[in-house]
Design a protein around this ligand. Sequence first.
Ligand code: HEC
Length: 287
Amino acid sequence: MKKFSLLALFSLAAAFSFNAQAADRVGDFFLIDDEGKGHQLSKYAFNKAVVIVSQQNGCTDNQQNIARYKQLRTNFDHRGVSFVMLNASDEDSREDIIAEEAVWNYDLPIMDDDSQLVAESLGIEKAGQVVVVDPERMSVLYRGPMPAQWARAPLGEVLEAILADGADSRDMETVNVDMETAEGCAVEFPARDAHLADVPDYETEVAPILIERCTGCHVEGGIGPFAMNSHMMIQGWSPMIKEVIMTNRMPPMQVDPTVKTWVNSGNFPIEERQTLIHWINAGSPRN
Ligand code: HEC
């Protein structure tokens, strides 16, 4: 009896410390960059790490660190680390981003996070922030500034740790380093803040989007593999619904026979994606 309870205690302690130390998780995502190229996080899984630099037009922290980004990339890209930027500003259009790149020559793909949903999931709060992700385990290993001398800073330590022989990011925690907000680098998340204060209503806000965009196929007898016919059903499928929206898989692309080209049949508006994802993040509540 005593032996049994000791064992239970040990496994409880192990479970607890695992949870307490596990790195922050992110879901898979798909975004288009300034050159029209797609980036899906899971497709980087052959790499040890992806370094994502949060970018916003006019952010002095970005503009002053260009040489450091390039130096960091030169040091790590041949060791299995990919480098991308992510524009999470709700004010910078794709054209604005292309124009900024033409002036500053970051020479890195700039993913356009037009709905801000990826930045939110990565825990980005400011432009200039550097986020290191393990694309295989989908965990965040570092979130903080681009230091002047990365080798002697937490950023360099984290990269060396994940690149070390036999490294396993499951043994690593997220290293968070505070940073000042430089001029032009405060990222506002108006939709997230509004939805946190006032969670989207299932009947009047969420269901109408699903009816408009999804139930053409996801009905009883439809071609979709499940019917979105009750709150319980939708709540149960919420993790999958979130994934297919974040990876841009649903609504599906379709070939338009008249123009013989791929068109995104859904043309899913930003506000609708934010409403759905923020509702799911809140636990897919009925009211
Ligand atoms: C044109 C028809 C169509 C529309 C519109 C559509 N779906 Fe689907 N959906 C499918 C089909 C077919 C599948 C199964 C094949 C697949 O996974 O691609 C599917 C699969 C899914 C899955 C399961 C994915 C998996 O990997 O098992 C989810 C979740 C989903 N859809 C959500 C949605 C959401 C949310 C919308 C609306 C925003 C939507 N679908 C709109 C046809 C559609």
